[in-house]
Design a binder for this molecule. Structure first.
Ligand code: ZN
Ligand code: ZN
Length: 292
């Protein structure tokens, strides 16, 4: 796959997943180049860990954004014969497992994160909608509430990975997630009232999207193009995964209610986005992605 084609594809993917429909600002910093570069780098790796799970204390439940992206990306790596685990914390584990199972991954692919990378070091780590610490070392949600008590410091793997030469990517949508530190300067200017909550955690590649799950789906399709095989999200996956994670207790991160929506976007709307992504993928079929 030549670089120019991959970047052109990434540009079209970004137009679907980062059109700033959420009006939260972060997707403005979505760069097709970053999607392309992340796909080119992660496509080469044999062992990947995905870190996800965002707990909403007010609802006493994890949110629906994250598990779908983690499950679809993990499935992509597994189908391609790579090894992949989903790491999360105890509070988000059941929901993460339910999402993985609904996507057809083995359930034990999701586990509580190890305490360090000693003996468990993957070659690459992808954060999806995982809280990233702010400048004061604490974690905040989009309502500016301090959620540190409920947030295991899994973003520290970004620092540990950097010191070990492990490649990292971060996918987020609000600016408070691991990886969004790459856009900090721009986000501070754009969201002056939210500066104290913005994450300082940087990753090698950073993808901002309207919804983090959608950013992960875009990456799975970009990987598919590099691999030359369809490893992305299929029609119906989004609804199936959402129903499973909500049954396991997940809530919409914006409404705080147990409903099959993500950040206020209903399942049917998300399925439409997925079909736009797959229409793009079919257009690129002749250039390398085989499969249905
Ligand atoms: Zn978010
Ligand atoms: Zn989100």
């Amino acid at each position: 796959m030549d670089e120019a084609t991959l970047e052109r594809f990434a540009k079209e993917l970004a137009a679907v997943v980062a059109c700033n429909e959420s009006c939260r600002g972060a997707p403005k910093f979505c760069s097709p180049r970053e999607i392309a570069k992340a796909a080119a780098a992660f496509a080469q790796l044999g062992r990947v860990a995905i870190i996800s799970g965002f707990y909403i204390p007010a609802a006493k439940a994890p949110e629906t954004d994250g598990p779908g992206g983690a499950a679809v990306l993990a499935r992509a790596f597994l189908k391609e014969g790579r090894s992949c685990e989903i790491w999360t914390d105890a509070l988000c584990l059941d929901v993460m497992r339910a999402g993985a199972r609904a996507a057809g991954c083995p359930e034990d692919i999701a586990r509580e994160a190890p305490s360090s990378l000693d003996g468990a070091a993957p070659e690459g780590i992808i954060f999806i909608e995982r809280p990233g610490r702010a400048a004061d070392g604490r974690y905040y949600n989009f309502r500016k509430q301090d959620i540190s008590r409920w947030t295991a410091p899994l973003d520290s793997f970004a620092y540990e990975a950097a010191s070990r030469g492990i490649v990292t990517a971060g996918i987020g949508d609000g600016g408070n997630e691991a990886g969004m530190g790459n856009f900090r300067k721009g986000l501070c200017a754009l969201l002056p009232d939210y500066v104290s909550c913005l994450s300082v955690v940087r990753t090698d590649f950073s993808i901002a999207a309207d919804i983090s799950n959608m950013g992960a789906y875009a990456l799975a399709l970009a990987l598919s193009l590099v691999w030359g095989r369809m490893r992305g999200i299929e029609r119906g996956d989004e609804t199936k995964i959402l129903e499973a994670v909500v049954s396991a207790g997940a809530v919409d991160g914006i409404s705080g209610r147990r409903e099959t929506s993500v950040d206020g976007f209903k399942a049917a709307v998300l399925e439409k986005k997925v079909s736009l992504l797959n229409a793009l993928r079919r257009r690129y079929a002749g250039l390398g992605i085989s499969g249905s």
